[in-house]
Design a protein around this ligand. Structure first.
Ligand code: LMR
Length: 400
């Protein structure tokens, strides 16, 4: 059996995390995995979650199974958070999922039952794990143009040109906000044009909403999803609580669907429950239960929103001071785009050799495509970081 297996392929982000952990230098810097960090480089348990977990420990009186689609109040709270208070919930359903990734996986399997002949379109670039995760459902993946590295902006014309080659009924994977890995988001006008195309060609959106609250704000970051739900007959959303509730290891998310009507939504949710049952039977409960407590308690909800907002504004300030430091050290405005981009990530124009030098000589860990985690930028060490980056870029330019 096992002797016949091939060597496993390394995951770019996870292998970088392991290399960082194994590095014994005390002045090392982790700009790798998308995990929020405070000014002490710690990933905190959010205050409201801590309180909710204590409440849960005191009041929970059973660990009996919930169900494949999870807790109904949790799902309702997530629907309100993503689609807003005024949404027509008669056509929306949600299942509690194993993080945002679990939601992507089960939604893709559900869609494979509904549209087996469709192809799936993923942005170029995208989160590296989108490819194996979505391919596992049996879909053929194609890439659509997305990013213009020279300007740090979305390449809207390229995106529309690629998607106009999709065949009717194909599925388009969209990042609802805070594009991973580029930080380049569509503007409201851009979204309108993309949705026009989806409508014209009957393309089906699968929206990955992993960073709601990290870009322009909790409500603002849901605007694209809400626009799609109001204009299109059907869509699905994979929402994550990993980042905005800091619940990474608890694996909390929601697989959400918008159908044409109440009856179709109910049937689709029933089938989604079947997909979940056939995969892992039921989702874990603890993190979702704590989330439900936070979202349904007015005081905890307000405190959570306040802490989330502080995280968001800290990342905006870090973007600005990093881009200022890069402007000073590089004597150019070519890194100004970093201050304009959204969410947790931006990309630096670094090749493999430069990334290796940064890791080996400076203890700076950056993902292989040049993606940095903005939350990991050192508040007090921006100039030193900019020095290291500019020296490595200059060295290789000189050597080339
Ligand atoms: C990331 O993009 O770094 C995060 O979503 C963590 C992961 O699982 O890759």
């Amino acid at each position: 059996m096992f002797e016949a297996l091939p060597e496993p392929k390394a995951d770019a982000i996870l292998s970088l995390m392991a290399a960082f952990r194994a590095d014994t230098r005390t002045d090392k810097l982790d700009l790798g995995a998308g995990i929020y960090k405070d000014s002490q480089a710690k990933t905190p348990v959010m205050r409201a979650i801590k309180t909710a977990e204590k409440k849960l420990a005191d009041t929970q009186d059973t660990k009996a199974y919930v169900s494949p689609t999870g807790s109904v109040p949790f799902c309702h709270a997530m629907i309100e958070q993503v689609f807003g208070r005024d949404a027509d919930t008669s056509r929306i359903r949600a299942a509690q999922s194993v993080g945002g990734s679990g939601a992507l996986r089960v939604l893709a399997e559900l869609m494979k039952q509904g549209r087996p002949e469709a192809n799936m379109w993923v942005s170029d670039p995208s989160w590296p794990n989108h490819v194996p995760l979505l391919k596992a459902s049996g879909y053929q993946l194609y890439r659509y143009a997305y990013y213009d590295a020279a300007s740090g902006q979305v390449n809207l014309d390229g995106m529309l040109a690629s998607l106009s080659k999709a065949k009717e009924g194909d599925i388009v994977v969209l990042h609802g906000c805070c594009h991973n890995p580029t930080g380049a988001d569509l503007t409201t006008d851009n979204w309108t044009r993309v949705i026009d195309l989806l409508e014209q060609k009957n393309l089906f959106p699968l929206v990955d909403l992993a960073y709601q609250g990290f870009g322009d704000g909790l409500e603002e970051d849901a605007a694209a999803v809400r626009m799609m739900a109001s204009r299109l007959p059907e869509m699905v959303v994979a929402a994550s609580c990993s980042k905005n509730l800091g619940l990474y290891r608890e694996r909390v998310g929601a697989a959400m669907l918008v159908a044409q009507n109440d009856a179709e939504a109910t049937r689709a949710l029933g089938l989604l429950g079947g997909v979940i049952r056939a995969n892992y039977s039921m989702p874990p409960d603890h993190g979702a239960n704590a989330t439900e407590i936070v979202l349904s308690d007015a005081a905890l909800n307000a405190d959570w929103r306040q802490e989330l907002e502080a995280m968001r504004t800290r990342m905006i300030a870090l973007r600005q001071s990093f881009s200022d430091a890069m402007r000073k050290r590089s004597n150019s405005d070519r890194f100004d785009y970093i201050a304009q981009q959204k969410g947790m990530f931006s990309r630096l124009p670094l090749n493999t050799q430069q990334l290796d030098t940064l890791r080996e000589q400076h203890g700076i860990y950056i993902v292989g495509d040049g993606r940095i985690n903005v939350a990991g930028l050192p508040e007090q060490g921006m100039d030193a970081l900019a020095d290291a980056l500019c020296s490595v870029m200059a060295d290789t330019t000189a050597a080339a």
